[in-house]
Design a protein around this ligand. Structure first.
Ligand code: GLN
Length: 454
């Protein structure tokens, strides 16, 4: 009830697309009943969470913040959301996001941007971006509208919004969380993960969300480790790698200072700091912005006006006209840009020059990480090259927007677990995030380093 009241009082943030107070209350009542009956409580008994609107929820409208899915009510539940309900959690509502998870500021939503609950203290009172694409999730957790929320991360969409709003978020190893029932953006990169107030809450939520699922062919057939029980803030005997290529040109002094703070904290916790090199880092962003649109153009071919949501069928129109009218009306401009880039790089004449080349680069990037992890246990970097920017500041310039993902996409391309934790405030009083990248399947190492920083 307290969270429902907070949500009602914070409508101006535009964090929720759909509110489902009864779902959350039912879980809370079930937890109360179990407690009264002396039963053992489930790990998330009665905990109210927010669901990013990329997860299909049975009987609850799901749009991925796109007009093309308006009117779509899934008849099935995503594996990740079902896992959360099975662990006792309830849903406060569906959270706003960048349309189809394409964006870094939440401004590509068809239902209005989300506003960060943070403000600069230096008088610049312009509303700030909550980050993206999981911007409804980050704003809702930061504004205390829910204690935790789900996010998805294809190239940084959990970590960058967490950094912008002073919360924690982890993208697990690719394959830890089932993608079944999660609306696809770029299938070889998409991973679900939790966004919460601290590292422990992330560990608890991730334990519930993860697990093998026969319905996702890329799901890992592994037991879910007991990450919460394994939490330890000691870094004694651990080596933390500092990749020199992340010191990019024009990096603001406050980001450099953030990085140095993080290094000092991990040293204090007992870690040894080592310099490492990831030589292909500069090719990660261009490779990502070929591979992700390529997969998106294929995944989004299913929105044709026949099967889901919106249908534009002009009088006397034929099938092709219906496809064209529906897609022209239904998709936002960033989504259209990605579909055009994707179909271009996959077209017969350009496939080898762009798509094949990007896949080769992806392999080189994965090998860079493999080599680096021979000399260290985790990597520490800033999460984003700046603090939250003002809404509107980058929305007219796609390249400026894409550059925001420079530190998050390499680990996505390599499928590695990576987390953002708060690393203090900048001079304007805005939160900055530190990123920890781990070896494949070493979420525990990532969480522990996060705990040491926290
Ligand atoms: N900002 C990146 C993009 O626009 C990442 C998005 C994501 O991780 N879903 O593609």
């Amino acid at each position: 009830e307290a969270f429902n009241a907070n949500i009602a009082a914070a409508k101006a943030l535009n964090a929720f697309l759909v509110e489902t107070p009864e779902h959350a209350l039912a879980a809370a009542r079930a937890a109360d009943a179990a407690r009264a009956a002396g039963e053992e409580l489930k790990p998330l008994a009665g905990v109210s969470i927010g669901m990013k609107d990329l997860f299909c929820t049975a009987g609850v409208a799901t749009t991925a913040a796109s007009h093309i899915l308006e009117g779509f009510t899934p008849t099935y539940e995503s594996t990740v959301s079902q896992n959360l309900w099975d662990a006792g959690a309830g849903m406060l509502g569906k959270l706003n996001m960048d349309q189809f998870a394409m964006g870094s500021s939440n401004e590509t939503s068809a239902f209005g941007n989300v506003i960060s609950p943070w403000r600069r203290k230096d008088g610049g009172n312009a509303p700030l971006a909550p980050g993206g694409s999981s911007g409804g999730s980050s704003a809702a957790v930061a504004a205390r509208l829910c204690p935790g929320a789900t996010g998805t991360d294809t190239g940084g969409s959990i970590r960058q919004p967490a950094a912008f709003t002073g919360i924690s978020g982890i993208k697990p190893t690719y394959g830890r969380c089932s993608r079944w029932g999660t609306i696809a953006f770029a299938s070889s990169l998409d991973q679900a993960g939790p966004m919460a107030r601290d590292v422990r809450d992330c560990a608890i939520m991730l334990e519930a969300m993860a697990g093998f699922d026969a319905k996702d062919s890329t799901s890992l057939k592994l037991d879910v480790p007991r990450w919460e029980a394994g939490l330890s803030p000691s870094m004694a005997g651990k080596r933390v790698g500092i990749p020199k290529e992340y010191r990019v040109d024009g990096m603001p002094a406050e980001i450099e200072a953030l990085w140095q703070r993080g290094i000092a904290w991990l040293k204090d916790a007992g870690a040894e700091i080592v310099d490492v090199s990831l030589p292909h880092t500069k090719y990660a962003l261009p490779a990502y912005y070929i591979i992700a649109p390529a997969e998106a153009s294929s995944n989004l071919a299913r929105y044709d006006g026949v099967r889901y949501g919106l249908r534009d069928l002009p009088q006397g129109a034929g099938l092709q006209d219906m496809y064209a009218a529906t897609r022209a009306d239904g998709f936002g401009s960033e989504v259209k840009r990605r579909i055009m880039i994707g179909t271009y790089v996959l077209s017969a004449g350009f496939y080898d020059a762009y798509y094949t080349q990007a896949q080769k680069v992806r392999t080189l990037i994965a090998r860079d990480f493999q080599a680096a992890f021979e000399t260290c246990d985790v990597l520490l970097t800033p999460t984003a090259p700046s603090a939250a920017f003002a809404l509107g500041e980058k929305s007219a310039d796609p390249i400026a927007m894409y550059l925001n993902d420079v530190f998050t996409v390499p680990s996505s391309l390599a499928g590695l677990p990576a987390m953002s934790v708060p690393g203090g405030l900048d001079e304007a009083g805005l939160p900055l995030g530190l990123q920890i990248i781990g070896k494949p399947l070493d979420e525990q190492g990532v969480l522990n380093a996060g705990l040491a920083i926290e």
